[in-house]
Design a binder for this molecule. Sequence first.
Ligand code: BGC
Length: 739
Amino acid sequence: MKAMDILKKGIFLFSFSILFISAGAQHTGNDRIEILLKKMTLKEKIGQLNQAMAGWEVTGPSAKVNCRELIREGKVGAILNTYMVDSVMALQRIAVEESRLKIPLIFGNDVIHGHCTIFPIPLGQAASWDLDAIEQSEQIAAKEASAEGLSWTFSPMVDISRDPRWGRVAEGAGEDTWLGCRIAEARVKGFQGKDLKDPRSIMACAKHFGAYGAPQAGRDYNTVDMSMISLYEWYLPTYKACVDAGAGSIMTSFNEINGTPSTSNRWLLTDLLRKSWGFRGFVVTDFGSISELISHGVAVNEFQAAALAMHAGVDMDMMSRAYENSLEELVKEKKVTLTEIDNAVRNVLLAKMKLGLFDDPYRGISKEREQKEIMAPEYLAFARKMVAECCVLLKNDKGTLPIPVTVKTIAVIGPLGDSKRNMLGNWTSAGDEEKCVTLLEGLKNKAGNNVSIIYEKGCNTNDQDRGGFKAAVDLASKADFVVLALGEDEWMSGEASSRANIDLPGVQNDLAEEVIRTGKPVAVVLFSGRPLAISRLNAIAPAILETWFGGTEAGNGIADILSGDYNPSGKITMTFPRSVGQIPVFYNCKNTGRPFRPAEPDQKYVSRYLDLPNDPLYPFGYGLSYTTFFYSNLKVSVNGNKILVAADVKNTGNRDGIEVVQLYIHQKVGSITRPVKELRGFKRISLHKGETARIEFTLTSDDLAFYHPDLKKYYESGEFEIFVGGSSNASLTQSFLFK
Ligand code: BGC
């Protein structure tokens, strides 16, 4: 730490300790907060509940205010979107040296898939099924973000979604609640580490509470209307998993649930979150959502909106300024009590204490630390490995991939072949597109001098211009192998990026047709923030590799797969529909009273479409490898409360490979209907060619439990089926009775 920093820290500790002297010597964190609360004016208390923007804005209008002045007056508790040592120090210095009570600020930002070193988008990360890697990516993100002064991230986003039209599926873990919970836990652990006082950790914020991933028609911000039982069974557990993992904060969502917006929902924020789940952190709104209560139609004005949010249990107002503008008056008019305000302030101050901000408001930041942490070579190496782990091989006819070693000229064709910006994906925090490796660059890095890599864009991502087709086809004719880089632009997924048609945009399908018609071997490298409905492409492309948006090292990681240096192991965590008309299509659906039986395709009065099969293009849990795996010898036995499952998995191809072995359950008869399959376990295993491993799982009655109409969760004895396999289509099955 530099002399200046030490001096600043000294001044802060001296001034801050004065606040506590009158009350005696040693104080616990809680005592310290109570002492502080007693010294605070109402205005200063309200200030702690106000999050303001000092930097740039990303997602919504920000009132242009003089943030420095507000901090000086004690009217701001947290800052949004400011990072980097100088900026953070400058604002924190005002808070801890120039404001009356010297309460430090929390600096928050959306660190969603890396801070400077950008990893694949979260939906891509989920496809790795590698919980350790996911946790480690958040550790790296926390180290980089904290080195730049951030102490809080608005992550993980744990919204379960069954609708790929919704652009924000890119930020989540996909459609499955059980897997979503495991990933949520890993992310919270990664960000927060063992102790938030460690200055290299940052506080997590589980979002968007709740059920934001179920908007009607997949349109962002839209109404959520669902049965309580579905809410409890599918949509709420991931937030609870974050709470149980110790997440320091939780963010309300923009949507309403069954008529009440989350931000004014006392049942959600107080009865469920605090009373039933025992949440001890603080609740922040999503961007400006207190004022949005007016548009929702539950408040006439900002004044009433602020009261509703406070009664519901919102501690901090992100960017609507409704608390700042109304709370004082609301207290005067006795529409909000001081106790409510004190409780909210306590929650915020406690978080600051847990983060160690009262001991070192700068959390040890320095230019040196920033330089050392940001994009350290080991972080980039890790990011590259992660890109490869996240890619999913959807199709590979006749072993088109990996690119044969005999190939001398590779043509990269397509609008995403050399696009730096599109490698980052949405929510890039401090990611720098200039530092991203494109697919073209990655292949060039890999090929060295022996192979020539040539490139044509062919068309844009999203318009009707076919002017580049001829050059693309000519280029393909000159090559031994073609890599078609197609997909969405990164801005087409993420917030406010719902799409009604989720096929390849623009004329990319036409480009693919013309290039494939040359007869050259072609592999499609697909970039997207969601499952796309690519039936047309799928019908003609011999090989398709889904790569999401891979981040800084995207091109290198993809090249590792295309070359065969990494054998693909990713499996999709969200169903790929054949067409938008199938949505919502997800693996853990119900059987219905008139299930469609593929063996009797002409049946009419069954649950089916006249013009499409029921099954999706690619099911949940699916992904190919350059080798093959064979499952056999499933054995299920029950021992007391334990269900022991074992199966043999053999690598039957001629390459070493990684397989994600998945276990699904199905209860045959219940007091209420049960899904046809439910994921309850997986193991990511590595097998040499020819090797067989016996894979074992242990389940307990908890894994069989489900929510009942009284919203209580318990299991029912009866007959169950276990399925083990490499996707949700797993057919190796055995039934058992559980008492
Ligand atoms: C998004 C949140 C985000 C917040 C702050 C909102 O628009 O919904 O996910 O954390 O902005 O950037």
